[in-house]
Design a protein around this ligand. Sequence first.
Ligand SMILES: Nc1ncnc2c1ncn2[C@@H]1O[C@H](COP(=O)(O)OP(=O)(O)OP(=O)(O)O)[C@@H](O)[C@H]1O
Ligand SMILES: [Mg+2]
Length: 346
Amino acid sequence: MNVNGYEIIGELKSDNSGFAKWGFAKKDGVEVFIKEFLSPVYPEDTAALSPEQIARKRRICMDFEKNKRSFYSELNKCVTGNIVTVSDFFRWGSRYYIVTDKVDTATIKVSGVARFSLDRKLLIIKIILYCMRTLHRHGIVHGDIKPDNILLKRTASGAYTAKIIDFDSSFLESAPPNSSEEFQGDLVYLAPESFALVAELDEAPALDRKVDVFALGVLFHQYFTGELPGLDPDYEYAFESVLDGKMPKISPLVPDEWKVLLTSMLCADPARRPDVEEIYSYAYGERKKPAVPDEAPSPAPHSKLKSTMRSSGAVSDAPPVAAADAPAAPPAKKASSDFFKKADEL
Ligand SMILES: Nc1ncnc2c1ncn2[C@@H]1O[C@H](COP(=O)(O)OP(=O)(O)OP(=O)(O)O)[C@@H](O)[C@H]1O
Ligand SMILES: [Mg+2]
């Protein structure tokens, strides 16, 4: 099948996604990643539609197209080599598509990362922080940080580098989503304030970059240990626990010097989470001691959320990963930003 000059290899699939079909394609001899959005659908076949319906559907499509184009033009300014930017966006027939470079992804899961040496894990974490700092400096919130959206690629020297993908829940901080239709997230990584939006509570605060910090707190805990942060049996998700004033338990397998930082990243109140700039400096070796959050932080202002949480129809889920061996703990190395720019050539 040919889509706007892209020869689809095999078929587009909708694995793990209710919102898109994706796969690979070839154009001018180069293999690329291609994703088809399942909505909106442009009214191509208008026979069964009234003029009002056609006009409404066209308007929805035009808004979608305008928003995506302005977002992608901002995203494409974030050139780090490790943020997978969008090389093409177009409508073909009734569907919209994006195209990105293809990443040769290593078949390694989070439990595999947890078995890496500490140095190797920190390299991945630093690369992710470098990318997140770049995004946040451009006012971009990723919005869906989780292992599936961080592709790990083996480099020529046998190390692993990380590539950030999937900006379909992303938004500009200057234009945060203001309804549940405009935001999807994974419950395992969902920040409490994002839940307020998803559950359509009146008191939902505007989302900002701190939603990524919460998700990174969960993700880094997994990278360090192979496990999600520990929760009381009453809670299924970290956001539920923190909304009740109960901090998730940081595993003893997390290196001591990261424990306080990870705890603060999981604070219920976004204002009390560190920002990526601080976490990045810390990871770089500028070990300014992170502020110690209270043992049981006061619940976020929107703590009423807890009662409505279970009623949320929300989004995708990911099963907890298996426990991993305790990582070795050599001292972290200090690295320069040039180092990250070249992370792909390691
Ligand atoms: N550039 C890429 N190179 C190789 N594989 C990719 C690339 N981008 C995505 N993938 C693979 O495709 C999967 C789905 O891509 P992506 O995360 O963008 O969409 P999605 O999660 O299905 O969509 P959405 O979150 O919009 O519903 C990824 O989990 C990854 O396995
Ligand atoms: Mg994804």
